[in-house]
Ligand binder design. Structure first.
Ligand SMILES: [Fe+2]
Length: 199
């Protein structure tokens, strides 16, 4: 039986970027993905196991549900209670400064990836662990339930499915993405993921 994670923040603590109502609905949707996998395969203990089982069985529906569990957990744990953010600090801050120069350039690329995505998906910050370009950060927009695979370390994810933002920012995905990066991005956790992934 797969169980939902406990969020390290209250559902009303992401306001004004994400309202309590929107966060509660979003969490209920995440629980529904878990429920579907638990119903289809009651013996599993994790979403990672469910991804493997779904691939083995060529069960596309279960694969999407299992990936959505993983993606939501990663995206939920990329946020912290709303507070006007300082620019990214620590190792990630240094890498962003090195690659983008001005953090405003990173902000622009993040918004471009968010608003440029056609349909549903997630915007990810990843680090390349392949030999070339080893250690480079990239912002990637991946559709639907896709997650980064093969040779990359995921560091941060923002859900840009309409259910994540439409209630609070109708027709304004750009406002949601800007608020998310400005107030919700959990740079401390991003740095912890980086250190855990490259050590
Ligand atoms: Fe979502």
């Amino acid at each position: 039986m797969i169980r939902p994670i406990d969020l390290p923040y209250r559902p009303d603590s992401l306001e004004p970027v994400i309202s309590e109502q929107s966060m509660l609905l979003h969490f209920a949707l995440y629980e529904r993905y878990i429920q579907r996998v638990n119903t289809a395969a009651p013996g599993l203990h994790s979403a990672q196991e469910a991804v493997v089982a779904a691939k083995d069985a060529h069960d596309l529906a279960m694969l999407h549900n299992a990936q959505q569990i993983l993606n939501h957990e990663f995206a939920f744990l990329s946020m912290k209670p709303a507070f006007s953010n300082a620019p990214p600090s620590g190792s990630v801050g240094s890498l962003i400064a090195e690659q983008w120069g001005d953090p405003a350039e990173f902000w622009s690329d993040w918004l471009r990836a968010s608003t440029g995505m056609f349909g549903s998906g997630y915007v990810w910050l990843v680090m390349y662990l392949d030999e070339i370009p080893f250690g480079q950060l990239r912002i990637v927009a991946l559709p639907n339930s896709d997650g980064p695979t093969g040779g990359v370390l995921p560091l941060m994810a923002m859900d840009v499915w309409e259910h994540a933002w439409y209630i609070d920012h109708p027709l304004m995905r750009d406002r949601y993405a800007a608020g998310w990066l400005d107030m919700l991005a959990d740079w401390e956790r991003v740095n912890a993921r980086l250190h855990a992934g490259v050590s």
